[in-house]
Design a protein around this ligand. Structure first.
Ligand SMILES: [Zn+2]
Length: 488
């Protein structure tokens, strides 16, 4: 029930509406206190020297993580993990350091649930101080009204039905997913959720688990607890890693219930190995208590299904074959290879056809033959799209980023990087996806990072052999991403 209040303008009783916190001056004290607590404890981590520094006086911390300058104690952190650190390339660049930290807060008003995402910007270049000084500013990044069947963004009035997410879950990351890194959640008011749309979730029982996270997706704390039947059971089982980790990937069918039944022997194995949604799906598919094999195929269940629709192969043998290919996405190339091989009528019962010695060469031959050669306008389309995307060119003292401008440049990038960017030729030519090449200025001819962009967001940024990109380079890419103009 909404509360009634007297409106002086109209002289009538009206329903009181929810006034969300628009900026820092609206935040209640507990919100500011929580953010300050986490923010003050952030250790500056120098990537180059693998060293830790005080965020107040910039002295290197001693082995107990105390500051020898101001005496401030810090929690022990590890630069290899995200929690509690502000990474920077070199301490001498402290004025360039900008970090974003995200905070989630649930607010209950008139039994309705609102979820805030507050973004903190931490930087050290304060124009008023002549010395670097830690400065922090807060903005309300998003406010969501969580209903039984949907969420409503109060800032832009966007409404998303959970049913729609269920149907599009392979792109689940698109829904508020960008808050995942470096995000913290306030858990002291979880009991307030008991009379709301969260009433069946028992989410308050996971308080300790949630308060220790620094990596949390939006759907993990909205869609999963409110909409997924079975979430409550996972909480009862204390199987938190699955409950809060891409549970939107999992179908709660009879088979799922069977796997979660302790009697059938899989539950303990899953809990010991901190299973998440994609791992659980891989287990359902493979049905083996082999953590390594499951991790290998994790997230590729649909690709395995595609492969099996063409030719049923032994998954252990397939893994051994793919691991020799020096390519993280070899399974996709293999699926495509099998598809084209069956299209042109090759004999898949022939071992030399089924397991080609050099997958990429065999793959590229068929790719050219089946997809590229018949498409006469391809080269023209790529040239024209590259011209239009050139407005997103980037250049600084060390790096350039520019759109791939020909079939040859895509094939060459693919060869140099050992990645599958060649398979994007057609989608790229129709502007369904955008491929940018990042190069070092002092070696423009040599590939460095391949970047795939979709709807103005970087969906992949990969170095050679599809390896992850260094933190400092990633930062440049993230900064560039903010200014990407989408061309329709
Ligand atoms: Zn200090």
């Amino acid at each position: 029930m909404k509360q009634l209040m007297f409106d002086e303008k109209s002289g009538k009783l009206v329903e009181e509406i929810y006034n969300y916190w628009q900026n820092e001056s609206d935040y209640p004290d507990y919100v500011k206190k929580f953010i300050k607590q986490i923010s003050d404890k952030m250790v500056i981590y120098e990537l180059k020297g693998n060293k830790y520094f005080c965020n107040k006086c910039f002295k290197e911390l001693d082995e107990n993580f105390n500051c020898p300058g101001c005496g401030k104690p810090y929690p022990k952190v590890n630069g290899q993990q995200n929690r509690g650190i502000l990474p920077i390339r070199k301490m001498t660049n402290i004025k360039d350091l900008t970090n974003f930290v995200y905070y989630y807060f649930w607010e209950v008003y008139e039994d309705e649930v609102y979820l805030y995402v507050i973004r903190e910007k931490i930087y050290f270049d304060n124009p008023i101080m002549c010395m670097p000084f830690k400065t922090s500013s807060l903005v309300t990044e998003a406010v969501y009204h969580i209903k039984q069947d949907r969420y409503i963004s109060l800032i832009d009035n966007e409404v998303v039905y959970f049913e729609e997410i269920k149907e599009n879950r392979q792109i689940g990351e698109d829904y508020g997913g960008f808050y995942q890194m470096n995000s913290y959640i306030y858990t002291d008011n979880l009991d307030n959720l008991k009379n709301t749309v969260y009433r069946y979730s028992r989410i308050w029982e996971a308080k300790d688990y949630l308060s220790n996270l620094d990596f949390l997706g939006f759907l993990d704390i909205t869609y999963a607890p409110v909409y997924i039947p079975g979430f409550e059971n996972l909480i009862k089982l204390k199987f938190y890693s699955l409950a809060f980790n891409e549970l939107y990937e999992v179908d709660f069918d009879e088979e799922t219930k069977w796997f979660l039944n302790k009697k059938n022997g899989y539950l303990d194995f899953m809990m010991e190995n901190n299973f998440n949604g994609p791992m659980f799906n891989a287990l359902k598919k493979l049905k083996v208590k082999d953590e390594e094999l499951i991790n290998y195929y994790c997230g590729w269940c649909e690709v395995i299904e595609d492969i099996e629709a063409i030719k049923v192969v032994d998954v252990s043998k397939l893994r051994n074959y793919l691991m020799k290919q020096e390519n993280e996405f070899a399974i996709i190339d293999y699926r495509d290879y099998l598809h084209w091989a069956s299209v042109v009528g090759l004999d898949l019962d022939d071992k030399n056809v089924l397991w080609p010695n050099d997958l990429m060469t065999a793959h590229d031959e068929l790719y050219l033959q089946v997809e590229l050669l018949p498409d006469k306008d391809l080269a023209e389309r790529i040239k024209s799209i590259a011209k239009r995307l050139a407005i997103n060119k980037y250049e600084d003292d060390d790096y350039v980023i520019f759109p791939a401008d020909s079939i040859e440049s895509l094939l060459e990038e693919s060869r140099m990087q050992h990645n599958c960017v060649r398979t994007y030729c057609i989608d790229y030519s129709y502007n369904k996806t955008q491929i940018y090449l990042m190069r070092k200025k002092n070696s423009l001819k040599k590939s460095f990072v391949t970047i795939e962009v979709k709807n103005g967001k970087v969906v992949q940024a990969r170095a050679k052999y599809n390896e992850a990109v260094d933190e400092d380079v990633l930062r440049i890419i993230k900064e560039w991403e903010r200014n990407i103009k989408v061309i329709s």
